[in-house]
Design a protein. Structure first.
Length: 373
């Protein structure tokens, strides 16, 4: 009897050892209208492709089971005709949608106006970060409304507060990524916040990244963009290009930059860009103050309509040289400088060396006071 018991126990033990580990997703859906609907699991970044799996929502719950050879980003979502897709704040989940790391273990998913996934260390950490973002961004809609106020002081105060909130969110995301340099959730956040994280930080992150991190959708594009930015980094010589002025006459950038005459601010902007328009009075003031002291500005417009460009120049009191091929974001000069958000400024010394980038607001005058005697 004892011998038989030992044999059975051994067989069960061996079977358990040979059983592949797997994952089990226990999902909760808070909206009763979604009972009887299917929730689909997609490869992250591939929501228009066929889903990898699906589950029927019954009594507000659903379950998904399987095995996962290596952790991978996945997205849980309903069909577009069931839940209308809505944009979410950077880094956060859209309503009734959750992007998470699929890995073996027991995962808990809540699909609601605020969705989340937990159950493994990486998913727990990501969910905690998203909750922190949500807390920091509380009241941002009110600030957005105040920024449109006709009262200049109210608008300025709201803009300052919104910038402070954005910086706090960015700092939290930066800390998460640097603490998780090989995690795929960190790779997703890096791409989400690519406009907020500076070049040095992005290069630092990529230097630590592993193959799985770099394989996350869009990271290859980010790396290619960084390669372009590295050719025009601070300390490098400016890159020359040709563009027409408003009269159609072709000019080389080197006609104005790096000829030993002036320190030059290259300003990438567009008449349709609200932040560009808000910052333009600072450039106008700097130009007026320093134009006779060895300083010049060259405007590179990403406009696509000549009329709008001309009106913007007039309305904003721009008196320095303006160049554009009217190709919008395909502007050939912007492409050479890796410009993917505006306003974008590049400050070049008299000898053609790039000495600063991304100067805006009061930082423009502060830098010019430092270098122009």
């Amino acid at each position: 009897m004892n011998k038989y018991f030992i044999l059975v126990t051994s067989a069960l033990f061996l079977a358990a050892c040979n059983e592949k580990p797997g994952y089990e997703i226990a999902g909760t859906v808070t909206n009763a209208d979604l009972n009887g609907k299917y929730v689909y699991m997609y490869e992250y970044g591939m929501n228009d492709s066929a889903p990898l799996d699906s589950a029927l929502v019954q009594n507000g719950t659903f379950t998904l089971k399987g095995t996962q050879d290596a952790p991978a980003l996945r997205t849980l979502a309903f069909a577009k005709d069931v839940v209308e897709p809505k944009r979410a704040a950077y880094g956060e989940n859209a309503p009734f949608t959750s992007t998470f790391v699929l890995e073996n273990g027991k995962l808990q998913v809540v699909l609601d106006q605020v969705s989340s996934t937990s159950g493994t260390p990486e998913n727990d950490g990501l969910t905690a970060l998203q909750a922190q973002m949500k807390t920091l961004r509380a009241g941002i809609e009110q600030l957005s409304a105040e920024m449109k106020s006709d009262d200049v002081e109210i608008a300025k105060a709201a803009e300052k507060k919104a910038d402070e909130i954005d910086q706090k969110v960015t700092d939290a995301v930066k800390a998460y990524i640097l603490n998780n340099p090989t995690k795929q959730s960190a790779a997703k956040l890096l791409y989400d916040f690519r406009y907020s994280l500076d070049e040095a930080t992005q290069n630092e992150i990529i230097a630590k990244a592993d193959a799985a991190f770099k394989a996350v959708p869009n990271i290859d594009k980010l790396i290619a963009h960084l390669d372009v930015l590295n050719t025009v980094a601070v300390g490098k010589k400016f890159v020359d290009f040709e563009l027409p002025d408003a009269d159609g006459k072709i000019h080389k950038l080197s006609e104005f930059v790096g000829n030993g005459k002036n320190v030059v601010l290259i300003d990438f902007w567009a008449s349709w860009c609200p932040p560009c328009r808000r910052d333009m009075p600072n450039l106008v003031a700097a130009y007026k103050k320093y134009k006779n002291k060895g300083f010049d500005i060259i405007g590179i417009s990403l406009d696509s309509k000549a009329e709008a460009w001309a009106k913007g120049i007039k309305d904003l009191n721009i008196t320095w040289t303006q160049l554009s091929d009217l190709q919008g974001w395909k502007n050939s000069g912007a492409a050479l400088y890796g410009v993917n958000s505006i306003p974008h400024t590049v400050l070049v010394d008299k000898d053609g060396t790039i000495i600063a980038k991304g100067l805006h607001g009061e930082a423009i005058d502060a830098k010019l006071q430092e270098i122009i005697k």
